[in-house]
Design a protein around this ligand. Sequence first.
Ligand SMILES: [Zn+2]
Length: 279
Amino acid sequence: MDWFKKAKSGLTGKEKKEIPDGLWSKCPECGEIIYTKQLEESLWVCPNCEYHFRIPSHKYIRMILDNGELQEYDVDLESKDPLRFKDSKKYPDRIKAAQAKSGLKDAVKAGIGKIDSIDVSFAIMEFSFVGGSMGSVVGEKIARAIERAIEREIPLILVSCSGGARMQEGILSLMQMAKTSALLAVLAGKKIPFISVLTNPTTAGVMASYASLGDVIIAEPKALLGFAGPRVIQQTIGQDLPEGFQSSEFFLEKGFLDKIVNRSQLRETLILLLKYFQR
Ligand SMILES: [Zn+2]
């Protein structure tokens, strides 16, 4: 009775435009309509089902760092167009549009901040900028954040939110995986702690490099984590995937993750970990 199913999904389907922006927001997980002000107070976590809405990097900075302050570095680094790449848009046009929309030059902010008065080298990815993709600018800024942690002998905290490498920069994007991973090995050699925070989503080239190399790796609940998309994997191995595959919960169960942390506990958890490492 297919038509019954269709009618039902038509009623409960993802009609995102029904609610005007601003006053009310709809939880994509449970469908609850929530007063946006209330959501803002609950750090954009659904009070009904604990779904973690994706939030922009500046909100994390405000939430995690002392006084919400990040002393940013390398603010003006910008992508070139080495491959003269064009898909539905020319790459430079895509970058310009993302810059105009976000007010950022690329998909990561990096600098020095304090967490409970402890200096940290901190970087956070911005998903709204070309899907938080890692091109040469993101890779370079992450690399410099690692170098700052090494030079100043302070902990490194990276908050990831990314669809992976930036295809418009081809092999130059993939090189960032090697570059950042090699520097993290130097950091590890100096016994400087690195805490990796995974948010929804952290996938592909980012997951396969720095995001999964933390001394401690924590993730927000129900975040999409993984390398290739589930459909690609399913087609490649020709098998059905287990339930909950590529979620934070699945990763925790399989030992890829140390802890799942609710957003409201994120700052406190980081403080606890930093104090532990200080001993
Ligand atoms: Zn919900």
